[in-house]
Design a protein around this ligand. Structure first.
Ligand code: FAD
Ligand code: NAI
Length: 480
């Protein structure tokens, strides 16, 4: 019997893959999407949505919200005159709520596949070869049954997995990566975290708010080195002094041992030899692209030095009609970046002018305060020799922030000194994740700071701080 044939076969149904499949189907291509993962589905069914929906963006934000409410009940209600005594957290309910949100969304992707006529092929996809300009892709189901399908175009979107460290075996019970850290059954009295990156800070915050004594061990000497230094400084002050996260920088882990009393981590910090004892340990030291078992070697698909699939600016690989998007290629490992690439590739296959503006991809860290930025930092501009003007306005000067009882942080806008074009915007504060959208639009449209200064911003809103920061670039803020 002849193999089933599709115009487009996508391998992986995370944000990069499922969006690419939907867009390809919308453009009229016969499209299939191969997905292997059942994660923790109670019925053992295939779970769509990848890392993001199952064990990443969505579940982490659900837990962040629950822990924020608990923290507010304990510490913020009082300033409004509300007494909340004996506030209790039922971790089981919190985790079930998170699981229900995940199920709703992963099922939602199945619905979107049906609506858009994307064929779901459950199983592990790998390259077999190419004949008559068609790629042969094997789909190996859980029970071992194998089907080979033919594809004119293949989009690889196999994503990434947590990086583990030698000598630190992750069992997702005591020593966890993101998977276990999102499903702890109770608040650990002492939580250790290796890596003060995005996961370490977000999940460290969750368990800290719920009462754990959290210590984060970070290899780098600088805190949040990718963020603007002023933002990193403000974040450090808030997380450590105000919120009580213990963060040790410039650390070298020597050994991790599990014993009856918990986990012991021996490490060095400068000349000091130190030890941390904890009940649970989260290892969050970055992620590695998923290319093992993909059959790259069968077809000569090129990988780079870090194991990512090599692509050009348009996500074309070294092979004709083979594309790759999302965490499995270069660039930031962010869901929205993968989604944009998925759309671009589907449109390029259709002969349209697909494009991703890599200079306007926002970053958000969902701590409290939130941290968000787009474009260049001051350090980058200095290194590039670009002359710029900066406007920085604190939330403390904003009526809405005062009303909300949440005045930490600021908006900082950087604009070219010659052309006034907005080059970077950095926000630390409540709702930074939403506020950054205006800055992304500004960058995408090539706006100047004067454009934002002349836009009417609703009063009273936090967005007025963005407005004032734009005015401050020209040294004419009205309310500061
Ligand atoms: P993935 O989401 O990893 O999906 C790849 C899919 O391919 C998986 O379902 C996998 O099972 C499947 N697959 C792999 N190999 C095969 C194969 N051979 N055959 C068939 N299927 C295969 N990003 C944000 O933008 N915002 C956030 O707030 C955010 N929070 C995060 C929080 C955590 C705790 C983590 C871990 C990540 C977070 N991320 C966040 C990152 C985000 O989850 C990833 O960038 C995003 O999921 C990448 O999408 P992707 O489609 O490239 O890969
Ligand atoms: P990360 O790259 O953000 O941070 C890893 C940290 O671990 C770095 O600070 C690094 O210096 C440190 N580190 C590395 N090796 C170490 C060692 N041996 N000892 C001590 N520290 C060490 O990676 P993380 O937090 O694992 O997250 C992975 C990715 O997932 C992120 O880069 C991001 O792309 C994505 N993500 C995005 C989120 C968001 O957008 N809000 C939230 C969570 C994850």
């Amino acid at each position: 019997m002849a193999n089933k044939q599709f115009d487009v076969v996508v391998i992986g149904a995370g944000p990069g893959g499922y969006v690419a499949a939907i867009r390809a189907a919308q453009l009229g291509f016969s499209t299939a999407c191969i997905e292997s993962e059942s994660y923790a589905d109670p019925k053992g069914e295939i779970r769509l949505g990848g890392t993001c929906l199952n064990v990443g963006c969505i579940p982490s934000k659900a837990l962040l919200r629950s822990s924020e409410l608990y923290d507010e009940a304990n510490h913020a209600f009082v300033m409004h005159g509300i007494t909340a005594e004996n506030v209790k957290m039922d971790v089981g309910t919190m985790i079930r709520r998170k699981d229900n949100i995940v199920t709703q969304l992963t099922q939602g992707i199945k619905g979107l596949f049906k609506k858009n006529k994307v064929t779901l092929l459950p199983g592990r996809g790998s390259f077999v070869g190419r004949e008559n300009e068609l790629w042969q892709i094997a789909v190996v189901a859980k029970d071992g049954g194998t089907e080979v399908v033919d594809a004119k175009h293949v989009i690889v979107a196999t994503g990434s997995s947590p990086r583990h460290l030698d000598g630190i075996p992750v069992d997702n019970e005591s020593i966890c990566d993101n998977v276990g850290a999102l499903s702890l059954g109770a608040v650990p009295a002492r939580l250790g975290v290796i890596g003060a990156g995005v996961i370490g800070l977000e999940l460290g915050s969750v368990w800290k708010r719920l009462g754990a004594d959290v210590t984060i061990l970070e290899a780098m000497p600088d805190f949040l080195a990718a963020a603007d230094p002023a933002v990193a400084k403000e974040a450090w002050k808030t997380f450590t002094n105000k919120q009580g996260l213990k963060i040790n920088l410039g650390v070298r882990i020597n050994s991790v041992k599990q014993g009856k009393k918990g986990i012991r981590i021996d490490y060095e910090m400068g000349d000091a030899v130190m030890a941390l004892e904890c009940d649970k340990l989260i290892v969050s030291v970055g992620r590695v692209p998923n290319t093992a078992g993909l059959g790259a070697e069968n077809v000569g698909l090129k990988l780079d030095g870090r194991g990512c699939i090599e692509v050009n600016d348009h996500c074309q690989t070294s092979l004709e009609n083979v594309w790759a998007v999302g965490d499995v290629i270069r660039g930031p490992m962010l869901a929205h970046k993968g989604m944009e690439e998925g759309v671009m590739v589907a449109e390029l296959i259709a002969g349209q002018a697909g494009h991703v503006n890599y200079d306007a991809i926002p970053w958000v860290i969902y701590t409290h305060p939130e941290i968000a930025w787009v474009g260049k930092t001051e350090v980058q501009l200095k290194n590039e020799g670009v002359e710029y003007r900066a406007g920085q306005i604190p939330f403390a000067a904003n009526g809405r922030a005062l009303g909300q009882g949440d005045t930490t942080g600021f908006v900082k806008m950087l604009a070219c000194a010659r052309t006034d074009r907005v080059l970077g915007v950095h926000v630390i504060g409540a709702n930074a994740s939403e506020l950054i959208a205006e800055a992304v639009t500004a960058l995408e449209f090539g706006a100047v700071s004067e454009d934002i200064a002349r836009i009417c911003h609703a009063h009273p809103t936090l967005s007025e701080v963005m407005h004032e920061a734009a005015l401050a670039v020209d040294k004419r803020p009205l309310h500061f």
